[in-house]
Design a protein around this ligand. Structure first.
Ligand code: FMN
Length: 190
């Protein structure tokens, strides 16, 4: 069974990312298909702009923050990126966090939970897919796309997910388990 890591990719004060991520993190635990489930917040990881002198594929990391991030990502078998859409793309903190590493991402599936206005963050998702395939990740078509996310948050700041979101999350988790298992031999030999 796989270890799943959910990553909160927006870092600004007042963001809604943690509300969406906390819901998906609980749903992942309730799914029961993962050996371990971890929630990682890029605001807490707090990486500076990429400052390693060597290409990440060499793993000659000189900074402790990179070694820590490498250990975090390396410990996971599958990912969920919780992503808003910023100007039709994904967030700069996510791109920075991806670029820090190389082999740690390889042969691991990633599901997307995106949110925003009418487009539900889907243009950001399309852009993420292009980047992660370069690192030999497998982005899944099963995804949770949340339109008008602010209308789902009440005056007490609580997110109210609907049945469509819950069903989409289950389908995504099922596929994350299947693909993670199928890619396991490649992770062992890389
Ligand atoms: C810099 C910036 C750019 C944005 N660009 C888009 C966009 O292109 N499409 C969209 O649907 N929403 C856009 N939004 C609105 C976001 O979907 C909304 O603010 C969402 O809450 C952002 O996620 P966050 O709260 O986790 O940061 C943008 C928001 C910000 C702050």
């Amino acid at each position: 069974m796989a270890k799943l890591m959910t990553v909160i990719t927006s870092t600004r004060p007042g963001r809604v990312g943690p509300k969406v991520a906390e819901w998906i993190d609980v749903a992942a635990r309730e799914h029961g298909g993962f050996e371990e489930v971890e929630l990682v917040d890029l605001a807490e990881v707090n990486l500076p702009m990429m400052d390693e002198p060597y290409h990440p594929r060499l793993r000659r990391y000189v900074h402790q923050h990179t070694k820590d991030w490498s250990a975090t990502v390396g410990s996971a078998d599958a990912f969920v990126f919780v992503t808003p859409e910023y100007n039709y793309g994904f967030t700069a903190p996510l791109k920075n966090a991806i670029d820090y590493l190389h082999g740690e991402w390889a042969y691991k599936p990633v599901g997307m939970v995106s949110y925003g206005g009418v487009a539900a963050g889907t243009r950001a998702v399309q852009m993420i897919k292009q980047v992660v395939t370069t690192l030999k990740m497998t982005p899944l078509s099963e995804a949770v796309s949340i339109p008008f996310v602010h209308s789902m948050i009440d005056e007490d700041d609580q997110l109210h997910p609907n049945d469509v979101m819950a069903a989409a999350a289950k389908a995504m988790f099922d596929e994350l388990c299947r693909v993670s298992d199928a890619l396991q031999p490649l992770r062992q030999t890389s």
